[in-house]
Design a protein around this ligand. Structure first.
Ligand code: NAD
Length: 259
């Protein structure tokens, strides 16, 4: 993002972006830092890329920490949130972005282990990271903000072999509404962003060029998204001044692919 209008109330906010060593999370984490937030980069893979993001932010005068951790493992969300809160003396913003399809698997091939893997990553990790972060936000006079990354798959059932992924994202969309209601008295806003097709490295791994082209033709804006397309909506929801009265919403971010 260049020539950006600064969002003043993000300055000094302490943010954890899960799954931010690459892809959408990395783009959002860099943008938060550019607006003056302290940012914790997290991931289960690509630590060297995460460190490079941290180094860039620090070189530009910002504050960043790399807190690696596989959030799908029991106990890890609590450890990651505690490490971030220790490093920044608290937490204001949680972006629950880590997630993925793991494999395209049709119903006949779904095993108990695969079921656990997909749901542990997309659901349990997000629930436990939310729980640990809400406890941190309650210590703040100003509460906190949670933004969950769901998916267009939550509404359309996903692509071939993506049933568990799509269903776990539907859980996230609804969990967002439950948490918005439950945490509102603590001054914690909870919203979700539902990207359509964003050409991240991982997305390109699971889509052939033919699949992507077929998808492109279904998008009124006639192009698939790129990571930068996502940034503004995350910043909007993170900012009290821009979205302070918005909670419990799932914002579709897809070039019109689903309206
Ligand atoms: P990506 O694969 O590029 O990046 C994933 C990040 O999550 C990496 O940093 C990785 O290390 C981290 N991660 C993976 N498993 C983890 C775990 N167990 N614990 C902690 N971190 C973990 O992802 P992306 O394509 O940028 O997607 C980001 C989010 O957006 C995901 O939740 C994805 O489901 C969702 N989404 C993506 C698209 C798309 O088209 N790319 C569309 C809809 C929704």
């Amino acid at each position: 993002m260049t020539d950006t209008i600064m969002i003043p109330d993000l300055k000094g906010k302490r943010a954890l972006v899960t799954g931010s060593t690459m892809g959408i999370g990395a783009a959002v984490a860099k943008a938060l830092a550019a607006h003056g937030a302290s940012v914790a980069i997290n991931g289960a893979t690509h630590a060297e890329r995460g460190q490079a993001i941290v180094d860039d932010i620090r070189r530009a005068g910002g504050t960043a920490e790399l807190v690696m951790g596989d959030l799908s493992k029991r106990g890890e969300p609590e450890k990651v949130v505690a490490a971030v809160a220790d490093a920044f003396s608290g937490l204001d913003i949680l972006i629950n972005n880590a997630g993925g399809i793991i494999n395209r698997t049709l119903i006949g091939d779904i095993t108990d282990d695969f079921f656990d893997q997909v749901l542990d990553l997309n659901i349990r990790a997000l629930v436990m990271t939310t729980k640990a972060s809400a406890a941190q936000f309650r210590k703040n006079e100003t509460g906190g903000v949670i933004i969950n990354t769901t998916s267009i798959a939550a509404r359309n059932g996903g692509g071939p072999g993506g049933s568990l992924y799509a269903s776990s994202k539907a859980f996230i969309s609804n969990f967002t509404r439950s948490m918005a209601r439950e945490l509102a008295p603590d001054n914690i806003r909870v919203n979700a962003i539902s990207p359509g097709t964003v050409a991240t490295e991982t997305n390109l791994k699971y889509h052939t060029p033919e699949m992507l082209e077929r998808t492109r033709l279904t998008i009124p804006m006639q192009r698939v998204g790129v990571e930068e397309d996502c940034i503004g909506t995350y910043l909007y929801l993170a900012s009290e001044s821009l979205s302070g009265y918005v909670t419990g919403q799932v914002i579709e971010l897809n070039g019109g692919q689903i309206m």
